[in-house]
Design a protein around this ligand. Structure first.
Ligand code: ADP
Length: 496
């Protein structure tokens, strides 16, 4: 074989070169058969339950509660009681100590949490181990540092806590989203009722044990599990002062309608359809890694995923070729295997949604590419997919798929890239790949996106604010900005 032939050789990697299985042990996690709601520092026996499963195997993992409006009210009452009778009165430095403790315990128990997160959510262990867990602990560390410095964060505005925060989170980063929500709320002196997503309740329930270890006063954090009905009851609860929601745009809009005129504070972190923009002077191999990370990280279950690839026309062919070749090397399978790159789709319902949108892409005329890939027989799986020949009007270029599906479009000039990137109802994130610093700044100024990554993608840091424009929501999480939604200031009217 000549060098040139070798370069273009597409024969699959021989079996003897494949990775040997490297499963992470499940023994580190011990699950109860049945969980209640964590209310006022105790387990409340649920009146209704459902079974939570592993999406990779469909194996039942545990029975968990489906909280009724009465159970939600009990949690809100516990949070109110803890707020009035203790938490809001203790010194800020004391509050910080609890947050530091929680951060350290999360670090100590990180392997256990990482395994549980992969088991219940389907995400690859290397991601839960290297991304979700370190970042979750980092958020508690970061906000612990702010707890006694609020006066400096907001000089002359005399910040005070809002009261009881109702927090509703999605299933894509269960523990990390919990940390994004709980850490700033507690640092600012609030108490919390948190509802994890119905498909991924287990890490939040294990987190209750971290709270016990940290000796957090009862009622400061309460956790109720259940589906959208439980979330809706929390939103409706009269005694909640603030709602923080991360999830789909439709539910976000419904919550905004529900809360309009009530005076309750609200932050919404909703969907996205981010453009990942590659200029012809970019380092292509790095950009291809960034494209892969942008859309296949966490099976594409990422609201800021780089799901629209905008490639400058002159480099379209090499980028698409390199990308397809890279796709053949992605290992799809057991989330608990340390070599797995792409795990299971979180639920049957989500798999259906991905399938439906992918079908629409084919019907509308886009060209589909999927690498050869053997999927496990049980569980919910989707092969990493690339669509080329995509028009901006296609559903796969407009709607959030929330799966491992990339739509490739092209552009000629920076102006066209901006026009196309902004041509969506969303505005959560964007990526720009170019060697020119001035172009990065030029683009970042014009992209209507809460976060713009330069020569990287899907990077998170607790000190960096995150949030959307347009239908991606409002309010920021992370950084000093992330404290603001959990505070009232003297010049602001109070809810009651
Ligand atoms: P996704 O489509 O990503 O599952 P959802 O918006 O349906 O996103 O879910 C995100 C979170 O919102 C979950 O915890 C879910 O249970 C909750 N939820 C769903 N419907 C409602 C609702 N009507 N009111 C409040 N929370 C809801």
């Amino acid at each position: 074989m000549t060098d040139l032939e070798r370069k273009h050789d597409r024969t699959p990697v021989p079996k003897e070169w494949a990775y040997a299985p490297a499963p992470e042990s499940r023994d580190v996690v011990s699950l109860d058969e049945r969980y209640g709601h964590y209310v006022g520092g105790k387990w409340l026996e649920p009146s209704e339950t459902y079974t939570t499963i592993s999406p990779a195997t469909e194996e039942p993992l545990a029975e968990v509660g489906q909280a009724t409006p009465e159970e939600v009210e009990a949690a809100v009452a516990a949070a109110r009681d803890a707020f009035e009778n203790g938490w809001s009165g203790i010194s800020a430095a004391e509050r910080a100590k609890y947050l530091f403790r929680i951060a350290r315990i999360l670090q100590e128990r990180s392997r256990e949490f990482a395994v549980l997160e992969s088991l219940n959510g389907g995400k690859p262990i290397k991601e839960s181990r290297d991304v979700d867990l370190p970042l979750a602990a980092a958020h508690f560390f970061y906000y612990a540092g702010w707890a006694d410095k609020l006066e400096y964060a907001f000089p002359n505005r005399r910040p005070r806590p809002v009261g009881v925060a109702g927090q509703i989170i999605p299933w894509n980063f269960p523990l990390l989203m919990l940390s994004w929500k709980i850490a700033p709320a507690l640092a600012a002196g609030n108490t919390v009722v948190l509802k994890p997503a119905e498909t991924t309740p287990l890490s939040a329930l294990l987190f209750a044990d971290v709270l016990r270890q940290a000796e957090l006063p009862p009622g400061v954090v309460n956790i109720v599990t259940g589906d959208g009905r439980t979330g809706a009851a929390l939103v409706k609860s009269e005694d909640v002062d603030k709602i923080a929601f991360t999830g789909s745009t439709d539910v976000g809009k419904a919550i905004q309608r529900e809360l309009a005129g009530t005076g309750k504070k609200l932050t919404l972190e909703l969907g996205g359809k981010a453009a990942n923009i590659i200029f012809d002077d970019a380092a292509l191999d790095q950009a291809v890694e960034g494209i892969v990370n942008g859309i296949y990280f966490n099976q594409g279950h990422v609201c800021c995923a780089g799901s629209r690839l905008l490639v400058q026309e002159s480099i379209y062919e090499p980028v698409v070729e390199k990308l397809k070749r890279r796709l053949t090397t992605l290992r799809v399978g057991d989330p608990l295997d340390k070599n797995t790159d792409v795990g299971a789709i979180n639920s049957e319902q989500q798999l259906e949604k991905i399938r439906e949108l992918v079908e629409s892409g084919e019907q509308e005329g886009a060209e589909i590419y999927q690498p050869p890939c053997r999927l496990p027989e049980k569980g919910y799986w989707f092969v990493p997919t690339v669509f080329t020949n995509v028009a901006q009007s296609y559903r796969i270029a407009q709607e959030e798929i929330f799966g491992p599906v990339l739509s490739v479009l092209t552009f000629r000039t920076p102006e066209e890239a901006v026009e196309k990137a902004n041509n969506t109802p969303y505005g959560l994130s964007a990526g720009v790949w170019t060697e020119k610093g001035s172009r990065i700044l030029w683009m970042a100024e014009r992209l209507r996106a809460g976060v713009v990554w330069a020569n990287t993608f899907n990077r998170f840091d607790p000190s960096s604010p995150f949030g959307g424009y347009k239908e991606s929501g409002f309010g920021r999480e992370g950084g000093r900005h992330g404290l603001e939604p959990y505070l009232r200031f003297d010049n602001e009217p109070s809810h009651d």
